[in-house]
Design a protein around this ligand. Structure first.
Ligand SMILES: [Zn+2]
Length: 106
């Protein structure tokens, strides 16, 4: 048979072409693996980001939940940073609210 890469005549049982060193497409050649599908980077739902930010100011506790939902829902999506940022912001607000409530209650 002939090498498919360089065209050199090689032994029928050859695994590697003596001409170019490539694996020969024969019965010993590694089966052609389909090219791994490129994972399409989905984008985060902008509405969820907006809501998590609105809630960060008004209802920090809800925003924390929204941010966690966003982070777990969009594991490999672009724009996750906004959820991280809103999670941090809402956590800070949450602490402020807690302090405020404690001061008011005492
Ligand atoms: Zn070859």
């Amino acid at each position: 048979m002939f090498c498919q890469k360089c065209g050199k005549e090689i032994d029928n049982e050859a695994i590697i072409c003596v001409g170019c060193g490539c694996a020969v497409a024969g019965k010993y050649a590694a089966p052609a693996t389909p090219a791994p599908q490129k994972e399409v980077a989905k984008s985060v739902n902008p509405a969820l980001v907006v809501w998590s930010w609105i809630c960060a100011v008004l209802m920090p506790f809800i925003s924390i939940i929204l941010s966690i939902i966003g982070l777990s829902k969009y594991k490999n999506a672009s724009g996750r940073g906004s959820f991280v940022a809103s999670l941090i912001a809402s956590s800070v607000y949450f602490v402020f609210y807690l302090i405020f409530i404690i001061i008011m209650a005492s």
